[in-house]
Design a protein around this ligand. Structure first.
Ligand SMILES: [Zn+2]
Length: 375
C-alpha cells in the first residue's frame, strides 16, 4: 500500500507527504478516527514511504520496487512493526522484555539503526488499550526517539489516551469519508450496483474498512431483503403485530451490525477516564450499537416509503430505489392515500433525526411503529 493508494484521506496524505519531502517527519504521530476509517492503512503507507531509500518525489511516495518496499508490501518488513493488543490490553511486556514472555518489540531494536530501509517504524494499533504501565514505559521513547525511529499510534480519539502520551505525538485526525464519495469508491472496487454501494457506504458510516468488509459479505443483501420484507407488512399490520414486526426489524439490523464487527472493536473501555460530551467513543458501546441498529432500520424504511410515495404520486413507472420490488410496491402504494405515505415518510425522517439527538430508543421505535400502522 502506497500513500497514493490511500483512499479518502487527502488532507492527511498531503500533510504527511509534505513532511516527508521536507524531511520534517516528527518522531511520533497519533492517528485518530473511528474503527475502520483507515488508520492502519494510512500508517502502513506512511511507514513504507518513510522507510523507502529511493522514494519518488512530487508527489512523495514509496518507490514500490526496492527491497524495503517489497518487504513492506509482503507485510514482513523486519523494521516495520505492528503492535496489536494481546487480548483486550496492550501490555508492557509487548514492548520490553519481561520474564517468561516473548521478546519485547522495542527491547532489542529501538537502539539500532535500520538496515533495509531508512526508518524503523512502530505502529501501535488500538493505543487506547495501553495499560498505564505500558503507556508510561513508552513516554521516554516517544519524547526523544532516535532520529531513525517513527512511532505511529492509532486510537479512536485523543481523549482515550493519557494526556502525557498525546502531548508527545502530532495528532492527525481521520474523518469518515462522505457517503457519496465512499459509495462511488466501493461501487468501482467491489463492483456493486449503485444503490447497494450507497447503502453499504451509509451502513459503514463513511469508514472504508467497514464498507469493504460489508461489500464482500453476501449476508448483507439477505438481511436487507429481510428488513424490506418485514417493512412491507407494516402498512397493513395491526398495532399489536406492529410491535412484533418492530422486534424483527431490530434483529435484522443487529445482524447487519454484527457484519460490521462494531461490537468487538468498541467493546473494551479505555484505561483513561475522560468524558468530553462531543466524543462519541465515550458513549457505552452497547448503547451506541443499539442506536446504530435503529438508524439502519429507519434509513431502509425511509427508502422504501420514499418509493411508495413516488409510486403513489407518479404512478407505476415512477423512478424508485427498489426496482426489483416494483410491482409489489406499486400495488401497495395505490392502496393508501398520498397523505398517508407522506405523513409516514415524515415520521421516519423525524425519527431518524431523533436517533442522533439521543432520544429514548424503545419509546421512539414503538411510537414510530404505531404511527406507521395507524397512519
Ligand atoms: Zn522503495
Amino acid at each position: 500500500m502506497s500513500l497514493g493508494e490511500v483512499f479518502g484521506h487527502e488532507p492527511a496524505v498531503r500533510m504527511l507527504r509534505q513532511s516527508l519531502a521536507e524531511q520534517r517527519l516528527v518522531g511520533a504521530y497519533l492517528f485518530t478516527g473511528p474503527p475502520g476509517v483507515g488508520k492502519t492503512t494510512l500508517a502502513l503507507a506512511l511507514a513504507a514511504a518513510a522507510a523507502c531509500p529511493n522514494p519518488r518525489d512530487d508527489p512523495f511516495d514509496a518507490c514500490g520496487a526496492c527491497a524495503s518496499c517489497r518487504a513492506a508490501a509482503s507485510g514482513q518488513h523486519p523494521e516495520i512493526t505492528l503492535i496489536q493488543p494481546a487480548g483486550d490490553l496492550t501490555q508492557i511486556w509487548q514492548f520490553w522484555d519481561r520474564d517468561q514472555k516473548p521478546a519485547g518489540a522495542l527491547q532489542h531494536t529501538l537502539q539500532y539503526s535500520p538496515v533495509i530501509g531508512c526508518k524503523r517504524v512502530y505502529i501501535i494499533e488500538r493505543a487506547e488499550t495501553l495499560t498505564l504501565a505500558a503507556a508510561n514505559s513508552l513516554l521516554k521513547a516517544l519524547e526523544e526517539p532516535p532520529p531513525y525511529v517513527l512511532f505511529v499510534l492509532l486510537a479512536p480519539s485523543p481523549a482515550r489516551l493519557l494526556p502525557t502520551v498525546v502531548s508527545r505525538c502530532q495528532v492527525v485526525r481521520l474523518l469518515p469519508v462522505p457517503v457519496e464519495t465512499l459509495g462511488a469508491w466501493i461501487e468501482a472496487k467491489a463492483q456493486l450496483d449503485h444503490n447497494m454501494a450507497l447503502k453499504v457506504a451509509e451502513f459503514a458510516e463513511g469508514c472504508p474498512g467497514h464498507a469493504f468488509r460489508l461489500a464482500g459479505d453476501s449476508r448483507l443483501r439477505q438481511e436487507m431483503d429481510r428488513i424490506l420484507d418485514i417493512a412491507m407488512q407494516l402498512p397493513t399490520a395491526t398495532p399489536l403485530s406492529c410491535l412484533r414486526l418492530g422486534d424483527d426489524l431490530r434483529k435484522a439490523a443487529a445482524a447487519i451490525q454484527g457484519m460490521l464487527g462494531l461490537e468487538t472493536e468498541t467493546g473494551t473501555e479505555s484505561i483513561t477516564d475522560s468524558s468530553s460530551p462531543e466524543d462519541s467513543a465515550q458513549e457505552p458501546a452497547r448503547e451506541r450499537a443499539g442506536r446504530r441498529q435503529i438508524a439502519i432500520v429507519i434509513e431502509l424504511l425511509a427508502g422504501l416509503y420514499g418509493d411508495l410515495l413516488s409510486l403513489n404520486v407518479g404512478g407505476p413507472a415512477a423512478r424508485i430505489l427498489h426496482v426489483d420490488r416494483r410491482s409489489q410496491l406499486a400495488e401497495m402504494a395505490a392502496r393508501r392515500s398520498t397523505d398517508y405515505w407522506l405523513t409516514s415518510l415524515e415520521a421516519l425522517l423525524e425519527a431518524r433525526r431523533r436517533v442522533d439527538q439521543n432520544a429514548n430508543l424503545p419509546l421512539l421505535v414503538d411510537g414510530l411503529a404505531m404511527r406507521l400502522a395507524v397512519g
